[in-house]
Design a protein around this ligand. Sequence first.
Ligand code: SF4
Length: 272
Amino acid sequence: MICEICPRHCDLAPGQTGFCRARTNIENKIICSNYGRITSLALDPIEKKPLSGFFPGKRILSVGSFGCNLRCPFCQNHEISMAGDEAQSVYMPPKTLLERASELVPQGNIGVAFTYNEPLISYEYLLDCAKLLKSQGLKVVLVTNGMICKEPLKRLLPYVDAMNIDLKGFTQEYYNFVGGDLGVVLETIELAAKSCHVEISTLIITGKNDSENEMRALSSWLASVDPEIPLHLQRFFPRYKMQDSYPTDTETMRRLRGIAAERLKYVYADNC
Ligand code: SF4
């Protein structure tokens, strides 16, 4: 049976789990086996997602589970993103998540951000929660790598208020390095930008995706979608399988920020 959520299209026999380690063929139906299994929970400032133009100053209950459909060797959350069923978690059905989010409204909470690991692979949980949260006037935020097929994305978007989407680089060669598909991510950004508030994050790694030409191409394309979409350029720091690489230097970050700012209205380079 083929999983239709992301372009990997894993072909799963009964009982088999996909590449993301979070979707399983159970009795000839592929569903997320991490449904409601929360590994991380925190009330974060909305700016930490990062979202700069969506309810600034507010906070958002942020939740994550386990699994991912990419394999970035620099993942800062690899303990949960690369984990499967063995991950330690608490079970939190949609109704309980709604209750937790509602209790936190007096502390500045505006809703729930699905983040930390890739939320789109928890598709059924995400959809159930998003519908419930929206029905109670709470905001739904996704922090995602954007690797989702068009049809499931279209079904989800009416229940999403804001997304921060990783645009990890602007060449398929770089996307091969992380195990993704540039064209799919661009399509996700275009569709999402027509439906909800969108911001973009790009982690800059020396020698991998830090050329001026690549930033020119990335920012030109993003401006063609909407020059008001904020772009967050983030510095790489040694992590996971890339402990031996150097942090991206601040001069490169400032130079790339300047190039992107020629085309985009809001460009941020954190820690620079
Ligand atoms: S979401 Fe998971 S199971 Fe489905 S195609 Fe992608 S990697 Fe495979």
